[in-house]
Design a binder for this molecule. Structure first.
Ligand code: FAD
Length: 438
């Protein structure tokens, strides 16, 4: 077991800094000892690679338990499944599975996410309309409870579903069994289309649902906000391609005196280039297609010291006019998003706090230094709720607690299960205290 001095930690958005103790454990016995000896009223929180954007993986005044050392991977090619430690990354699982022509059915936009983080967020990927979210391929979770006991949970258990999307607040995910899918090659056959506006983008995404396993659109959220962009459609391919460096170790963005390089002008220029870039057709390696930004380490530093906010919400099909309201407001603020992504979700999972459900999900990045952004988003949250929408909590650091029951109608069911699993509130986070989840 290794303890470190309290140090400032932040989520991927660098928009909220917290001072907590940090301890790393490499065995279950060490984790049980940490649980047994906790004396802080601010409790414990298991964490992965801090790829959550806001305050989900922070615990000011409490203790963070670094889980990355629980990294064993055991692939069973006959059963087409993997048993992996809670600290194994998606990228490591992909590499191990590909050796057997297998692949996790649901992967997020970055491979630098641990199994614990993937389940606690109930992540989704470009295949959500076909495969649903991460839990759909999870057969079993081994969980260390606040009592120090170890329990095996399957989808038949309510505690399984409280842990899925449960933001680390039901216990420590020690091990996971995941069903893998068989592939013919290590590539995705990709087709991209340039679209002139949001209507064409929506139309193409709807028409592509049946035919394509992976669908996603990059949307230009700068300038006149017409919603032009590039729609990317893909299916697992049959032609193998060469995969580059082992860990996608590409260039790293230095922190240049904490400066923010994301201005309306720089974003507009970048988006113009991106919109006009040559369109892809043909096989692209799975890691490159699934995790396009992983080649550049610490890309979050481009926003400088102020950090940035990633705002992701879901809204029913038929409620598309909310996009116009959003775009008008952001245009008024002269805000420009470096990364806008539109995706159509499929069916929801059973987890009370799971974010994805049928409809449109839009993701936007904004520098925290945009004047008026917070006020505008507070108003927009209300509009979203009035239309039955909700935001993705794993990316959040700001939403008001009072809006949560409307966004997540099964919140009380989750609270009841969690209270039974952790009556003394051992598991805590800054987000959990802010949103009254603990
Ligand atoms: C570039 C980028 C792209 C992304 N793309 C997507 C995407 O396409 N789809 C998507 O859904 N998300 C996406 N995300 C968000 C990301 O998948 C989640 O934030 C995920 O939870 C991060 O995992 P982590 O291992 O870094 O966990 P952390 O950020 O360290 O922790 C996140 C949560 O998981 C809990 N947790 C971590 N480990 C354990 C454990 N062993 N046991 C119990 N709880 C635990 C923590 O307590 C915390 O509540 C993206 C993030 C980035 C930075």
């Amino acid at each position: 077991m290794r303890r470190a001095e309290p140090q400032p930690t932040s989520g991927w958005g660098n928009n909220f800094h917290s001072l907590g103790n940090r301890v790393s454990a490499s065995s279950i016995a060490e984790l049980q000892e940490i649980v047994a000896k906790n004396g802080s009223s601010r409790g414990l929180l298991p964490v992965g690679l801090h790829r959550s954007y806001g305050d989900s993986a922070l615990n000011s005044g409490g203790t963070l338990i670094d889980m990355v050392a629980l990294n064993q991977i055991d692939i069973d090619p006959l059963r087409k499944s993997a048993v992996v430690g809670g600290g194994v990354t998606i990228a490591a699982l992909e590499r191990a599975a590909l050796k057997h022509s297998l692949f996790p059915p649901v992967v997020p936009g970055t491979g630098f996410v641990t199994m614990g983080g993937a389940i606690a967020a109930e992540i989704h990927g470009k295949s959500h309309h076909k495969t649903g979210s991460f839990s759909q391929s999870v057969r079993r979770i081994v969980l260390l409870l606040a009592s120090g006991e170890i329990t095996h949970l399957t989808p038949a258990d309510p505690q399984f579903w409280a842990t899925v999307g449960g933001l680390g607040l039901t216990g420590i995910i020690l091990e996971v069994e995941i069903a893998l899918r068989e592939l013919q090659s290590n590539a995705v056959d990709v087709t991209e289309y340039r679209v002139k506006n949001l209507t064409s983008m929506i139309d193409l995404l709807i028409r592509s649902d049946n035919e394509f396993e992976h669908t996603v659109a990059w949307i230009d959220l700068s300038g006149d906000y017409r919603g032009r962009g590039v729609v990317s459609l893909g299916n697992y391919g049959a032609t193998p391609v060469k995969i580059g460096a082992k860990d996608s170790k590409g260039p790293s963005i230095p922190s240049v005196a904490g400066l923010n390089f994301i201005t309306p002008l720089s974003v507009k220029a970048f988006n113009e280039i991106w919109y006009r870039k040559p369109l892809k057709t043909g096989p692209v390696s799975l890691p490159k297609y699934m995790h396009p930004l992983d080649g550049i380490h610490n890309w979050n530093r481009i926003y400088g010291d102020a950090g940035f906010l990633q705002y992701q919400f879901v809204i029913d099909v038929g409620q598309e006019e909310i996009f116009e309201k959003l775009f008008a407001g952001l245009r008024g603020l002269k805000a420009a998003s470096f990364l806008g992504v539109l995706k159509k979700f499929g069916a929801a999972s059973q987890a009370p706090l799971s974010f994805p459900r049928p409809g449109w999900t839009l993701t936007l990045d904004y520098s925290m230094s945009v004047p008026g952004l917070e006020k505008f988003l507070r108003e927009f949250d209300q509009e979203l709720v009035s239309r039955g929408g909700r935001i993705y909590l794993i990316k959040d650091s700001r939403v008001e607690a009072g809006l949560l029951p409307a966004m997540y109608p099964e919140l009380n069911r989750w609270r009841e299960i969690r209270m039974a699993m952790d009556p003394n509130q051992l598991w805590q986070s800054d987000q959990a205290r802010r949103l009254h989840l603990c």
